[in-house]
Design a protein around this ligand. Structure first.
Ligand code: GAL
Length: 428
């Protein structure tokens, strides 16, 4: 008996030591995080950031010419008027890191005028310039990463006039072992978040860790305004893996479905870039989607309050692509000041209804057909968590027309993979 009691006592001591250690480690991380003042930076993204990124269409061929022409197209096509602001150079803008000064420099052939001159050009159009780096020793494309150079690189970006940093997670210390990775990711992203803050220039910080270390839990505290929730979307409708790239639009939607509570003004869940308009062209491939599927991506990203980062060559958009990307009524749902992420309220036979509260006592609902055949979806208010005694007026944001007044239910004929989006207001 005595021996038994001694054993219990000994076990309790060991467990207590373990818990105390664990707690103090956790407390230490929390203290570290608290030192990041996110107030100023979160004002950078009161609504989800909107822009364009070079990766999908240009990959390793990004150049100052492409960036300048993209800025021109933002103005001439009306993208700028629709709210698109950031033009982001992704991986491969680099020439290298100077062995004497330790400073990054751009590829001299593709960026002969340098980044400062490019930023000046983009700013002269009333737009903002973004750049890409990595929390590890190398970027995913094996260009120089910012590990150990956070302050130097942040300062350099600020001096160039950069407004946005996408920060990847390849070649990080825990990239292979996965040990303590949650803490390591916090540490690495905080190092850059702090360095950006110390520059005194507001630079939007876009965390691209892909999701395995749950960046929605700590992204805002390390200074981020958006964080990727999944691996890279390629130009696929359905490619269901989410352990590595690439995935399709459908997987990205499903990953987002449980994350709504982590997104809002100042810090947004990022289900990756829009593949709208790629049609199997550009650097990332996938086979291409049809315009109905691209319209579903735009619809759902707006229902999610997701950052809208276009990924096609906007210098050469066809009419269908323009119709999708320049629809100010769907963009208004994305940019609604309430900043709520929409959530799924009905799921039946491959048909879904998603709901998003909007400012002004309105709400958006999306009716979505996952099936590969035509379907009719009808939802009574009570089936989608609305008061069955209410009457609503519905406005169809893709048809730009009223869909009915004094309604007690909503109904749509949907083609395969199609989504219709309505704004509901209480009938007078
Ligand atoms: C991936 C990232 C992509 C792109 C690429 C560049 O890790 O998710 O969006 O930035 O790296 O190498």
């Amino acid at each position: 008996m005595r021996q038994f009691k001694t054993r219990i006592l000994f076990t309790s001591i060991i467990v207590s030591i373990f818990l105390i250690n664990g707690c103090s480690e956790k407390a230490k991380i929390e203290t570290d995080i608290k030192t990041v003042d996110s107030a100023t930076l979160s004002n950078l993204a009161r609504t989800p950031p909107m822009g364009w990124n070079s990766w999908n269409p240009f990959g390793e061929n990004v150049s100052e010419q492409v960036i300048r022409e993209t800025a021109d197209s933002f103005v001439s096509t009306g993208l700028k008027d629709a709210g698109f602001t950031y033009i982001v150079m992704d991986d491969y803008w680099h020439g290298g890191r100077d062995s004497v000064t330790g400073l990054l420099y751009p590829d001299p052939k593709r960026f002969p005028s340098g980044i400062k001159a490019l930023a000046d050009y983009v700013h002269s159009k009333g737009l903002k310039l973004g750049i890409y780096s990595d929390a590890g020793t190398k970027t995913c494309g094996e260009m120089p990463g910012s590990y150990g150079y956070e302050e130097k690189d942040a300062k350099q970006f600020a001096e160039w006039g950069i407004d946005f940093l996408k920060y990847d997670y390849c070649f990080c210390p825990d990239f292979v072992s996965w040990n303590n990775d949650y803490k390591m990711a916090i540490k690495r992203y905080k190092a850059m978040g702090d360095a950006l803050k110390a520059t005194g220039r507001p630079i939007l910080f876009s965390i691209c860790e892909w999701g395995p270390r749950s960046p929605w839990l700590w992204g805002k505290e390390v200074g981020g305004q958006m964080w990727r929730t999944s691996y890279d979307i390629h130009d696929f409708w359905d490619m269901p893996r989410n352990e590595t790239s690439p995935i399709g639009i459908l997987t990205s939607i499903d990953v987002m479905s449980d994350l709504g509570r982590f997104s809002g003004p100042g810090g947004w869940n990022d289900p990756d870039m829009l593949v709208v308009g790629l049609s199997n062209t550009g650097f990332i491939k996938g086979g291409g989607c049809n315009d109905i599927e691209y319209r579903t991506q735009m619809s759902m990203w707006c229902m999610f309050s997701a950052p809208l980062m276009m990924g096609c060559d906007v210098r050469n958009m066809n009419e269908a692509t323009k119709t999708i990307l320049l629809n100010k009524e769907i963009i208004a749902i994305d940019q609604d000041p309430l900043g709520k992420q929409g959530f799924r309220v009905m799921r039946k036979d491959g048909l879904e209804v998603w709901k998003k509260p909007l400012s002004g006592d309105r709400l958006a609902i999306a009716l979505f057909n996952r099936n590969s055949t035509d379907k009719t979806l009808t939802a009574a208010w009570k089936e989608i968590e609305l008061d069955s005694t209410m009457r609503y007026d519905a406005y169809d944001v893709w048809k730009h027309a009223t869909a009915g007044k004094g309604l007690t239910s909503i109904s749509s004929n949907l083609k395969p993979h199609e989504t219709n989006v309505y704004v509901l207001t209480v009938s007078k």
